[in-house]
Design a protein. Structure first.
Length: 223
């Protein structure tokens, strides 16, 4: 679904992209925090904590995903703009009250003479950013648990949710069909598609909570 009558509108009437990114950040933060808390619990302090977690996790995941597309597209000389999808953002907030999270906050639109390889790499940049973020959040979990800094519970939650959420968003975007990044990556090179998807599956499904807990315990004991 598009919010435009034609793709030319995006390039002929440029919008303030910081505002567009901010709308995406706010909308996804609110929707994710509502899903995490549950609609019947929104007056509790848990909602406030979940808003902070969502602002870091959803903000970093979506904003850096889209900025990665834009940076790579522009590095190839293409014109590229991020536009928030207002209708889907509002819909995702409405649906979050029913416990479902929809991730369709907007997209980077680009135009210019690009090869299949270049558009494949532009598409790949988004999911790869999320998979790298997932690993970074996972790695951060260890020093946080060991060093026990102030607000340790909040920081552990941010690292854990950041790890899971980014793995899922990275994998979700590798769906090889329709408007998803995976379709363009697969059209360029099936091997890159296979490796990236395998990493996404590994991060999303191989490391169960039990296994993660055992890993951290072993690590703490070794110190
Ligand atoms: Zn993307």
């Amino acid at each position: 679904m598009r919010d435009f009558t034609s793709i030319d509108d995006i390039f002929s009437r440029p919008r303030d992209e910081n505002i567009e990114l901010l709308k995406m950040w706010a909308g996804t933060t609110l929707a994710f925090a509502i899903v995490q808390t549950g609609a019947s619990n929104l007056l509790s302090s848990t909602f406030f904590v979940n808003l902070v977690v969502a602002a870091v996790v959803a903000g970093v995941a979506f904003v850096l995903h889209e900025l990665a597309h834009r940076v790579v597209a522009r590095s190839y000389g293409a014109e590229a703009h991020f536009i928030a999808n207002d209708r889907w953002l509002l819909l995702s907030i409405a649906i979050s009250f029913f416990g479902l999270f929809i991730a369709a906050p907007g997209a980077v639109w680009h135009r210019g003479l690009l090869t299949m390889r270049q558009s494949g790499i532009i598409a790949l940049a988004g999911p790869v950013t999320n998979l790298v973020l997932s690993v970074l959040f996972l790695l951060l979990l260890f020093p946080v648990v060991i060093l026990q800094p102030p607000f340790v519970d909040l920081l552990v939650t941010i690292c854990y949710v950041g790890f899971r959420f980014n793995a899922w968003i990275g994998l979700f975007n590798m769906i090889p069909a329709g408007p998803f990044d995976g379709a363009k990556v697969l059209a360029w090179d099936w091997r890159v598609f296979a490796v990236t998807t395998a990493v996404g599956v590994g991060l999303s499904f191989l490391l169960s909570d039990d296994l993660l807990f055992t890993l951290i315990q072993t690590f703490v004991r070794l110190l």
